[in-house]
Design a protein around this ligand. Structure first.
Ligand code: HEC
Length: 173
């Protein structure tokens, strides 16, 4: 290494150290004080109460849509609703499952979400993403109207109770 590149290298290292220093300094300045103490996620954005209420309402709407579609699908599987509804119902479940991922991305404790949703947020989000992937596979199977194919995938593609047992609080009223 000649003297010039050595000097440039040293300059680069210095610039790098400065950047890290500035980042650490501004992190320290912002601190965690802006974030609600109950909200521990490193990626937790700062949201106010009205915004949180809107987010909670929206994710409950997504869940209600899932509930309605899951009931219809149960009826199709049981033969009490027409198989011609299979494609649109499984597609709707897949869309709502995908929406549920987005709906829970922002840390907003409340509603019937247990504290574990937020303290285990990465695990919780993984469960939702897995749900979305499997619901999508079920929708693909449902596209052709094959009820048996969908019935075979249903239990895996709809881990509703599994998740609720762990992450949803009981009704209070
Ligand atoms: C990975 C977790 C997870 C999965 C999977 C899941 N849910 Fe939920 N669900 C929740 C949580 C958490 C809540 C509470 C949300 C809140 O009140 O903020 C909830 C709430 C609900 C509610 C109550 C909505 C309301 O008005 O308060 C219904 C109904 C529901 N889910 C149905 C379903 C159905 C049906 C499925 C499957 C097709 C499903 N959920 C899959 C986590 C999940």
């Amino acid at each position: 290494m000649d003297r010039r590149t050595g000097l440039q290298g040293a300059k680069r290292k210095w610039a790098c150290a400065m950047a890290v220093g500035i980042a650490l300094f501004s992190f320290h300045q912002a601190g965690w004080s802006e974030v609600t103490p109950a909200v521990a996620g490193a990626d937790a954005p700062v949201i106010d109460k009205a915004e949180a209420d809107g987010i909670i309402f929206e994710r409950q709407q997504v869940m209600l849509r899932l509930d309605k579609d899951a009931k219809t699908l149960g009826m199709i599987a049981a033969g009490s609703a027409p198989a011609s509804k299979l494609a649109e119902t499984t597609r709707s479940i897949a869309e709502a499952a995908r929406d549920s991922v987005a709906a829970f991305e922002t840390v907003a404790p409340g509603g019937r979400s247990k504290p574990e949703v937020w303290s285990n947020h990465p695990d919780y989000m993984r469960a939702l993403r897995d749900f979305a992937v499997k619901a999508e596979a079920m929708a693909k199977a449902g596209q052709g109207g094959d009820v048996n194919a969908v019935t075979g995938l249903m239990i895996d593609a709809m881990p509703c109770k599994q998740c609720h047992d762990r992450y949803r609080a009981p009704k209070t009223s």
